[in-house]
Design a protein around this ligand. Structure first.
Ligand code: DX5
Ligand code: ZN
Length: 224
């Protein structure tokens, strides 16, 4: 069964702790924290204070992980802060790292699992050499910067390509997909080989409760 990582970007920040507990109680596996700096992406969001504040809530659920997605320039400057804030996984963009291998090593030296992420226009082969060293590959299926965008269609093929690349080297790394994931496309993305789905507005929105939203995603996966 694919894991669900709930992006808090569209959650109600006035009651973030409650929203996160609700999502984890509803069966979400991980919590996805979108960190944006106003440079690599046009938006500014969350610093290490937020995962640090949520860590005790996440600890109420033994399976849960804090999955930090750094959409920032020079991510190496902030790895220690996010590790200290309780991140289980830190994912950096290949487009922001001149020395990606070194950054992955730095994350591992902090005893945190390391992920690498690709923008929609960055080819899968950009990860070829680093794949044996990573714990997670994150495929952006929207241009990073905002929640509530539409899934870019070609992303499913890219997921399939990365699945083959990971299988070819016998890697157990998670293959995660981020952006525009909804009940109507979840099964297709998992069918292409993803084993983690990041979902923001599909889980935290004004239309349905978090419990209903998680059930809809799980239901879509179960029907496949
Ligand atoms: C986009 C972020 C995503 C996004 C997910 O830059 O990395 O995690 O907020 O939100 P939805 O699921 O609404 O596309
Ligand atoms: Zn993200």
């Amino acid at each position: 069964m694919a894991r669900l990582s709930a992006s808090i970007l569209t959650a109600d920040f006035r009651r973030l702790g409650d929203q996160v507990r609700e999502a984890l109680q509803a069966g979400v596996d991980w919590l996805h924290v979108d960190v944006m700096d106003g440079h690599f992406v046009p938006n500014i969001t969350i610093g290490p204070l937020v995962p640090a504040a949520l860590r005790p809530v996440v600890d109420e659920f033994s399976r849960a992980k804090i999955d930090v997605h750094l959409m920032i320039e020079n991510p190496e400057r902030y790895l220690q802060d996010f590790a200290g804030a309780g991140a289980d996984l830190i994912t950096v963009h290949v487009e922001t790292c001149r020395h990606l291998h070194r950054v992955v090593q730095m994350i591992h030296d902090l005893d945190v699992q390391a992920g690498v992420c690709l923008n929609p226009a960055t080819p899968a082969v950009a990860l070829q050499e680093i794949l044996p060293d990573v714990d997670l590959v994150l495929v952006m299926s929207v241009n990073p910067g905002f929640g509530r965008q539409s899934f870019i269609a070609g992303s499913t093929e890219k997921v399939a390509r990365l699945r083959r690349m990971l299988d070819d080297i016998g890697s157990n790394a998670w293959l995660s997909v981020d952006g525009g994931v909804k009940p109507h496309n979840a099964a297709e993305i998992v069918g292409a080989g993803a084993d983690v789905l990041v979902a923001g507005s599909a889980i935290f929105n004004k239309e349905v409760s978090v419990v209903e939203a998680v059930a809809a995603l799980r239901g879509a996966l179960a029907r496949d």
